[in-house]
Design a protein around this ligand. Structure first.
Ligand SMILES: CC(C)(COP(=O)(O)OP(=O)(O)OC[C@H]1O[C@@H](n2cnc3c(N)ncnc32)[C@H](O)[C@@H]1OP(=O)(O)O)[C@@H](O)C(=O)NCCC(=O)NCCS
Length: 376
């Protein structure tokens, strides 16, 4: 039997899913059928997480209960804080988050009980504690004490509070909340697939999320927004953008923050983030946004016909930078948001699970005789 090999499983469906949907030609993203622009306008990250995981918008009572659960489980056991203190300060926060999540799972042995209640409890803990791990690592690596979470703030507000110890600015809190909504799910991709594969073995949800985090830590998946900021730094000022980008185009260098495997129109998340990047830059007077607009103009002149448009990473770095977030924490913020999407996929996988057991196309030799060591 000949087996057709499809590199990277491109275009191969690996599950039936009702969680999110992308129309790449129209530039539309939906969670459970609701447009991302509507969710960014009206929802919160907590409500969106409920929607993704449980398949419907919560009633006011359900939402209040869910939010209370999320805010009551933010604290880390002191042993986890001690573990984070032992991690190298030069290490990447994504690795700290992955190590933290895997270790947290060891404290909750009921994670192995695959009943609905234990599943829900694990989901709550993962969504609640991921931001605490990122903030604790960010502070401890700089020699600052970690800050205990507050349960009277939103997930986004509490994250900002844990990073700085200051009362979060309501506008920045809401913009971060919107960023979390925008990153919460994005159909089937490497990290979501990794999580579903691990979940399919009936591994516990903490292992599922730490595997997905490992997949997201690779530069081909997360992290282009850091490259966008490096590009804007290299360009230096808006007036230098055109010659710089035209030089990149003539050398066929890929421009970070542009192009997408699925979107051949502007990524709807980039459209929303552009508005907030502009708003924040107008207040701070930072030149990043203006430079980015020049870059966008030049790239569109050359590449719009080819379907290369700004993706989510083009403006998200500027937004995070304006909010005061360290560059290497950009991907961990993506991850904190995506925990909800990964968990939604895990819950879906569990409802009709079959262990992933793909095949291979063997291209090695057969019947090779063993050569003794002295004859090699
Ligand atoms: C995201 C990405 C990997 C999608 O890749 P893809 O769908 O496999 O598209 P390809 O890499 O095959 O590119 C198709 C064509 O568009 C060009 N292209 C794609 N992205 C480009 C970019 N950012 N800048 C310049 N040209 C680009 C390729 O050079 C290629 O041109 P060719 O047909 O003349 O060879 C790619 O667009 C990219 O590397 N972008 C920059 C990194 C980035 O922003 N990543 C975050 C994604 S959310």
């Amino acid at each position: 039997m000949t087996i057709e090999l499809i590199h990277g499983l491109e275009g191969v469906p690996i599950a039936e899913s009702a969680i999110s949907f992308v129309d790449g030609a129209a530039g539309r993203l939906e969670y459970r059928g609701i447009g991302i622009d509507e969710l960014a306008e009206h929802s919160t990250f907590e409500e969106t997480s409920f929607l993704l995981m449980f398949g419907k918008l919560p009633t006011p009572t359900e939402l209040a209960g869910f939010k209370a659960d999320i805010s009551n489980h933010r604290r880390l056991k002191f042993r986890i804080v001690e573990l984070i203190k032992c991690l190298p300060e030069t290490g990447h926060p994504m690795d700290a988050l992955q190590a933290g999540v895997a270790a947290i799972g060891m404290f909750y042995p009921e994670r192995h009980h695959m009943v609905d209640e234990a599943r829900r409890a694990a989901c709550i803990r993962l969504i609640s504690k991921a931001p605490t791990v990122v903030a604790a690592f960010d502070r401890l690596r700089k020699g600052d004490d970690n800050i205990d979470p507050r349960d009277d703030l939103s997930l986004a507000g509490n994250f900002l509070y844990m990073l700085t110890g200051e009362e979060p600015d309501p506008e920045r809190e809401r913009i971060l909340d919107i960023c979390l909504i925008l990153h919460a799910d994005h159909t089937m991709n490497a990290s979501t697939f990794a999580g579903r594969v691990v979940g399919s073995t009936m591994a516990d949800p903490f292992s599922v999320i730490s595997s997905a985090l490992g997949a997201l830590s690779g530069p081909l998946h997360g992290g282009a927004n850091e490259d966008v900021m490096a590009l804007l730094d290299q360009i230096g000022s808006p007036s230098k953008a055109r010659p710089f980008v035209e030089d990149m185009i003539s050398k066929k260098t890929k421009i970070p923050g542009f192009g997408h495997r699925v979107y051949k129109a502007m990524d709807p998340r980039a459209k929303i983030l552009k508005r907030y990047a502009e708003k924040l830059a107008a207040k701070s007077g930072s030149a990043y946004f203006e430079t980015a607009i020049e870059v966008e103009k030049v790239v569109q002149e050359h590449y719009a016909e080819k379907g290369i448009w700004p993706n989510v990473d083009f403006f998200s770095g500027i937004v995070y930078d304006e909010i005061g977030i360290a560059r290497d924490c950009f991907t961990p913020i993506f991850a904190m948001a995506r925990v909800s999407g990964w968990l939604a996929h895990w819950l879906e996988q569990m409802r009709s699970n079959r262990i992933f057991r793909p095949t291979q196309k063997y291209v090695g030799e057969h019947n090779v005789p063993y050569t003794p060591a002295n004859k090699r």
